[in-house]
Design a protein around this ligand. Sequence first.
Ligand code: FAD
Length: 576
Amino acid sequence: MGTAALGPAERSAALDRMASQELDVVVIGGGVVGAGVALDAVTRGLSVGLVEARDFASGTSSRSSKLIHGGLRYLEQFNFDLVREALRERSLLLQRIAPHLVRPVPFLFPLTHPGWERPYVGAGLVLYDTLGLSFGYSRGMPGHRHLSRRRALRIAPALKRSAFTGAVQYWDAGVDDARYVMTMLRTAATYGADVASRAQAVGFLREGERVTGVRVRDLESGTEFDVRARQVVNATGVWTDDIQELVGGRGQIHVKASKGIHLVVPRDRIHSLTGIIMRTEKSVLFVIPWGRHWIIGTTDTEWTLDKVHPAASRMDIDYLLDHVNSVLAVPLTRDDVEGVYAGLRPLLAGESEETSKLSREHVVAHPVPGLVMVAGGKFTTYRVMAADAVDAVAHGLDRRVPPSCTDQVPLAGAEGYRALWNSRHRLARSSGLHVARIEHLLQRYGSMIDEVLELIERDPSLGRPLSGADDYLRAEIVHAATHEGARHLNDALTRRTRISIETFHRGSAVAQEAAELMARPLGWDTEQVKREVEYFTKRVEAERASQEQDTDREADAIRLGAPEIVPVALPEGHGV
Ligand SMILES: Cc1cc2nc3c(=O)[nH]c(=O)nc-3n(C[C@H](O)[C@H](O)[C@H](O)COP(=O)(O)OP(=O)(O)OC[C@H]3O[C@@H](n4cnc5c(N)ncnc54)[C@H](O)[C@@H]3O)c2cc1C
């Protein structure tokens, strides 16, 4: 079975099919949860449609810390079930479902209190490693180890000697969150799901109290149509309450947003062979290896402003720099920061006012017949959330639906990945690309690397790196448009590639070249190319300016100054 592409023709066909038949289930939201629900449902034999108002994964699911983890700090809260569940998912994703996308990541925990801290952290990590083992899968990564200060400095010379007394190293896993979601959607489409981005749910179809489908606006053409479905799933993360408002009445689930920001700095600014984790007053701070960069995060503050473009303020950035500099021998400055991104955690509203103490667990509810809501949780446990949501869907369908089988369904590109990895030198010879380039491609596409290599074979100029972002080949931009559902320049530079956070120019220096590459597959004329570049450049400028502002409110106001290339249907401030 070939992997379905998500190009423009496939999008049109998916929208036509959604408009012309009654589906078993239509999913609102193309983040990790919605994509997970679509894959779970279609692999149980249900007919499935998914609509995403913006780009796939453009909400929280491209803005996380990119860790597939048990959450070490939940151990401190004695939330063992949550940790166990997440570690089981970590093993599954790493070893069976997406070995091409999920990778082990080492972390060093510098100890600062002589005496009690080493046995305390050590005991926690024994438990963490053990919980990660107990499911018939191996952990898929080494266990933790204790290090003296001298040995820790050998693997992390960047640490300030006086800032710690010794260390413990342990392993977790990392992922490119946006690519994971897009790959999951390609997988769902391959099994027969119809998926479309820039398609917004603007209302519900009702028969009496019962929800019988959604009214969808194709934001690219401005046309509206009904999608009839026996069950509708609201998987809209921090927009959950807005969708509930469209249905009317009080929802059972309330979701509030907590902002977390990250900085990206070049790898050479922190001399270390391992990631670093350290405590902060409220939570933890990670320094995460990310290709030729480090990601530093995160913050945790309440956010009630624009949900589409949460803005990082100067205060957020200084907070992270101050904390990370407390352990670094050579402090980082704002000039070292290549990229900044901010995301909103969808937190179930709870008793505690402090957002970092609210639950990360998920809830599934059936607020009215025909509608299922799923919210909360975290990226790592999306599969469990999706299975629970589709169980609720099945409950509402009057026929027997098989149980979830996504623990047995590798994502597109996983099959054959290890064999290709072992053959990477041969692939390098046959393609004429450097082996390091092949490795980079394999870790982004897995066995779908063929699709990219074929483009280069047909047009060798696509085998050149983008000038100004040489981690990426020109072919990858074309492929993003033809196969990966990128419909605008921002999609390709922000989520299919991560050029907008991995370069000091934040993508502006490659915008023209990338837009020209996307023009042919997307049918853009020179006017549209110009428009795409203009919108992208304005976005980068607005983001930079917002990051100079002291407060959230000022940062938000400046960020909102940059227009949307495809505006959503409801007025600004409504939250959708
Ligand atoms: C700073 C930060 C760090 C994090 N780090 C981690 C981590 O390291 N590991 C981990 O496991 N988890 C992490 N998380 C949590 C994780 O990222 C989220 O739980 C997860 O991405 C939420 O996915 P979602 O699908 O629920 O929401 P989203 O990704 O936001 O998806 C919802 C989608 O619904 C769409 N939508 C809204 N309204 C409509 C409409 N009317 N019609 C159509 N579509 C609509 C939106 O455009 C959006 O794309 C982190 C979160 C944050 C903020």
